[in-house]
Design a protein around this ligand. Structure first.
Ligand code: ASP
Length: 471
C-alpha cells in the first residue's frame, strides 16, 4: 500500500505518525534523559536522519537561488519589468504582514489573552541583541559575494544574482550560450530537489518524532490559552484572510492552491525554516502551479527572507499576552508601534528556526515591555515556530502566485492540472533518451560529436522550461 501511495500522501502519513510517536515518547516518559529512547532514538537515529534531511535541503538553497535567479532575470529580459515585479512583490509582502499583525492584535485584544493569569517567569530571559535593522539594509550589497554565499545571506545573494542577470542582458547575444548553460545547471539542481523530495517522508517523520518528543507538553498545557490563540490566529490568517486575498487579487481557484501548497506547508512545519524550504517552495510554485521561473526565482527567496506573516502574528499575540500578564495597558500609539515594528522586524528576521523570538525583543524594547517576559513563552516557542513558519512560507507562495498572475507569468494548464509536477517525483524518472545519449558520450569521449547533439529541452531564456509535467 505504501508503494502505491502518492508522495503527498506518504508525507502526510509520515507527519501524523511522527507527531503521534513523538507525543507518545514524551507523554509516557520514554524520552526521559539518559534512557534508551532518548539516547539512541530521539537524540540518536531520529536526530541524525532529521539533520541529514535538513542539510540536504539547505545544501541546495544557495546554488538554486543564485542560478535560478540569474536565469529568471534573463527570462524577464526587461529591467523595467524587473523593477515593477520587485516593487509589486515588496508591497504585497508588507501589506500581507501588516494584515497578519492587525488580525493578531485584534484577536488578542478581543480575547484579552493573559488577563487574570498568574505566571511568574521561571527563567530570566536575557533578550539577545536583535541585529540592527540598518545592518539588514547596508548588507544588501555584499562586500564579498563568496562569503555572502557561504553565510547564506539571502538578500546579498539576491542582489548579486540580479546584477549578474542584468549584466548578462546588457552583454546580449554573445552571452546566449552562458544563459543556456546556466539553465541547464538550474535544471540539474531542480532534479536534485526532486531526488530529495522522494526522501521527504522519512525526513519529515524523523524531524517530527524528535520535535514532539522534546516538547514540554506540561508547559504547553499550562500555556494552552496562548498556544491555542496563536494557532487560531495563524489558521485564520492563512486559510481565510490569505485565501480571500488570493481570490480577490488573482481569481485563481483556492481549492487547487490549497491542494498543491500542502507539501510546502509540511516541509516548513517540520524544518521550522523558511530558508530550508526554499527549494520545495520554488519547485512547487513553478512545476505544480505553473508560475514562470522568471517571477518565482525572485519572489520565493525574497519572501523567505522578508515576508513573515506567521512570525508577525506570534509577535502581536505575545506582545498582548505579556502586557496583560504584567498588567501593562497598551495605548493606541503603542499598538500602531507594534504593527510598524513587527513589519520591520519581519524584514530583519532570517528564515531560520527561532529568530522570530529574538526579533521580538526589538518590538518589546521599542514599546517598553519587560524583555524578561519573553522567558515565559520561550518553552513553547519551538512548537509555535513550526506553525508560524508554515504560515510564513504559505504567504510567500500566495504572493508569488498573485504577482505572477498579474504579470501574465503563469501557465494555467499547469495550475489546473492536478498531476502537474507529480509524476516525476514518484518515479524518480530518468529520461531514457538522455541515458542513451550519455552512454554514447561516455563511449566516444566527452568531446565526441554526439555531445553536441545532446537532447536539449527548451532553453529559450524565458526560463519557462520547468513548467508543466512534460517529463
Ligand atoms: N522560523 C521562522 C522562519 O524560518 C522564523 C521565526 O519566526 O523564527 O520563517
Amino acid at each position: 500500500m505504501w508503494k502505491r501511495m502518492s508522495l503527498t500522501g506518504k508525507i502526510l502519513v509520515a507527519m501524523v505518525l511522527g507527531i503521534t510517536l513523538g507525543i507518545i515518547f514524551n507523554y509516557t516518559g520514554l524520552n526521559a534523559d539518559g534512557g534508551f529512547v532518548n539516547t539512541y532514538l530521539v537524540n540518536g537515529l531520529f536526530a541524525i536522519i532529521g539533520k541529514l534531511f535538513v542539510n540536504s535541503l539547505k545544501m541546495l538553497v544557495v546554488p538554486l537561488v543564485f542560478i535560478s535567479l540569474i536565469c529568471g532575470v534573463c527570462g524577464i529580459g526587461d529591467i523595467r519589468l524587473l523593477g515593477r515585479i520587485g516593487g509589486k512583490t515588496f508591497v504585497m509582502y508588507m501589506f500581507t504582514t501588516a494584515v497578519a499583525i492587525a488580525t493578531a492584535i485584534g484577536l488578542g485584544s478581543l480575547v484579552g489573552i493573559g488577563k487574570g493569569m498568574d505566571l511568574v517567569p521561571e527563567v530570566g530571559f536575557e533578550g539577545k541583541q536583535a541585529p540592527p535593522l540598518m545592518d539588514v539594509f547596508s548588507n544588501i550589497i555584499p562586500s564579498n559575494p563568496i562569503s555572502a554565499m557561504a553565510n547564506g545571506d539571502m538578500l546579498s545573494i539576491i542582489f548579486f544574482a540580479i546584477l549578474i542577470g542584468i549584466s548578462i542582458l546588457m552583454v546580449g547575444k554573445p552571452a546566449k550560450s552562458l544563459v543556456q548553460g546556466l539553465e541547464l545547471i538550474n535544471e540539474v539542481i531542480l532534479k536534485m530537489v526532486t531526488i530529495i523530495m522522494n526522501l521527504a517522508p522519512y525526513g519529515v517523520f524523523a524531524l517530527l518524532v524528535k520535535a514532539m518528543s522534546d516538547l514540554g507538553l506540561d508547559l504547553i498545557m499550562q500555556l494552552m490559552g496562548y498556544v491555542a490563540l496563536v494557532a487560531v490566529a495563524l489558521a485564520l490568517h492563512f486559510f481565510v484572510v490569505m485565501m480571500v486575498i488570493l481570490k480577490v487579487f488573482s481569481k485563481l481557484s483556492v481549492r487547487v492552491f490549497l491542494t498543491k501548497v500542502r507539501e510546502v506547508l509540511v516541509f516548513a512545519f517540520s524544518t521550522s525554516s523558511s530558508n530550508a524550504t526554499i527549494p520545495i517552495t520554488l519547485r512547487t510554485v513553478t512545476m505544480r502551479m505553473g508560475v514562470k521561473n522568471s517571477v518565482a526565482s525572485f519572489t520565493v527567496p525574497f519572501g523567505a527572507t522578508i515576508n513573515m506573516d506567521g512570525t508577525a502574528i506570534m509577535q502581536g499575540i505575545t506582545t498582548i499576552f505579556i502586557a496583560n500578564l504584567y498588567s501593562i495597558d497598551l495605548g493606541l500609539s503603542q499598538y500602531v508601534m507594534v504593527i510598524v515594528m513587527s513589519v520591520l522586524a519581519s524584514i530583519g528576521t532570517a528564515g531560520v528556526p527561532g529568530v522570530g523570538m529574538i526579533m521580538l525583543s526589538m518590538v518589546f524594547a521599542q514599546i517598553g515591555l519587560p524583555i524578561e517576559g519573553i522567558g515565559l513563552v520561550l518553552g513553547v516557542d519551538r512548537f509555535i515556530d513550526m506553525m508560524r513558519t508554515a504560515v510564513n512560507v504559505g504567504g510567500d507562495a500566495v504572493v508569488t502566485t498573485i504577482v505572477a498572475n498579474s504579470e501574465g507569468k503563469m501557465d494555467m494548464t499547469v495550475y489546473n492540472d492536478p498531476d502537474a509536477g507529480v509524476k516525476e517525483v514518484f518515479e524518480g524518472h530518468i529520461d531514457p533518451e538522455s541515458q542513451q545519449t550519455f552512454s554514447t558520450v561516455f563511449d566516444d569521449g566527452l568531446l565526441g560529436s554526439e555531445y553536441q547533439q545532446m537532447p536539449q529541452t527548451d532553453h529559450s531564456p524565458s526560463g519557462t522550461k520547468h513548467d508543466g509535467n512534460k517529463h
